[in-house]
Design a protein around this ligand. Structure first.
Ligand code: SAH
Length: 252
């Protein structure tokens, strides 16, 4: 065992969506720092490790980023193998890139491990194909929430011709809707709202751009959720969904 920090994507929630590489790194870890949106079931892969919750719901109310960084550094400098588990993919709205650069600048060996990001998993779990021949030739992953509240270029997004996957959008639904409508996206554009993707409590609601705020309120949409906006969200691939439901039942 040697000093190293793994920045690991834990995927969207379903423990079976973890990569083999993540499982191997967890088995090596002596200290595991676990974020909010990580399914604690994943910890079965590191029974040997000391686990520290660093998320808002994990005991410490909103652990400051600088504190987490110093914690990783301290354990690594004491010669330990540290795993930092993040929801989804560490480099999709997960600060993985920042943390890797900071650790490397402090002379710590660091390795990023991909996870399946919530936007991709959420769509698939609902039978939505984010790209679809003849319908969507690309995907844009975008966050509705920025640290400095700088505005998004809604017009560019509306006119991109790609499927939009919006993260951190639950408290910004009106802004997303108004921005895209003003940017020229058609009012009837299909929208899928997917909450707790890949977890047993997953819920989804199909809607349209013009109705999404109303529908989300009726549905009581809660975070964590993603929005899939584009023609593909109207395609209900029920065969794929049926198969997914069957597989899950088989597992339980
Ligand atoms: N790194 C993560 C994203 C972190 S930002 C990833 O790659 O998935 C947090 C946002 O991710 C949430 O506000 C929500 O929009 C989305 N999210 C994370 N887990 C989710 C889940 N299981 N279902 C739906 N959305 C999720």
């Amino acid at each position: 065992m040697h000093a190293k920090v793994w920045l690991i994507g834990a995927g969207p929630g379903d423990p079976e969506l973890l990569t083999l590489k993540a499982v191997r790194a967890l088995a090596e870890a002596e200290v595991v720092l676990i974020d909010d949106l990580v399914n604690p079931q994943i910890l079965e892969h590191c029974p040997q490790a000391r686990v520290i919750a660093v998320g808002k719901r994990g005991g410490c109310r909103s652990t400051p980023q600088a504190f987490i960084a110093r914690l990783m550094l301290r354990h690594a400098r004491q010669g330990r193998c540290v795993a930092r588990l993040k929801g989804g993919d560490p480099c999709i709205f997960g600060r993985g890139g920042e943390e890797a650069a900071w650790l490397q600048a402090h002379g710590i060996e660091t390795e990023l491990v991909n996870g399946i990001t919530a936007g991709l998993a959420g769509a698939t779990q609902c039978g939505i194909s984010l790209t679809l021949r003849g319908i969507s030739r690309g995907v844009t992953l975008v966050t509705a929430h920025t640290q400095d509240d700088s505005p998004l270029n809604w017009q560019a997004l509306a006119q991109s011709g790609t499927t939009l996957v919006v993260y951190m959008g639950v408290s910004k639904l009106e802004e997303v809707q108004q921005g895209l409508l003003a940017g020229g996206l058609a009012a009837h554009t299909p929208v899928a709202m997917i909450e707790n993707a890949s977890l047993p409590q997953q819920r989804e609601r199909r809607s349209s751009l013009v109705r999404m705020c109303l529908d989300a309120a009726h549905f009581k949409l809660r975070s964590p959720a993603i929005l899939v906006i584009g023609e593909v969200a109207a395609v209900d691939n029920s065969a794929a969904r049926l198969q997914w439901t069957t597989v899950r039942r088989g597992c339980n």
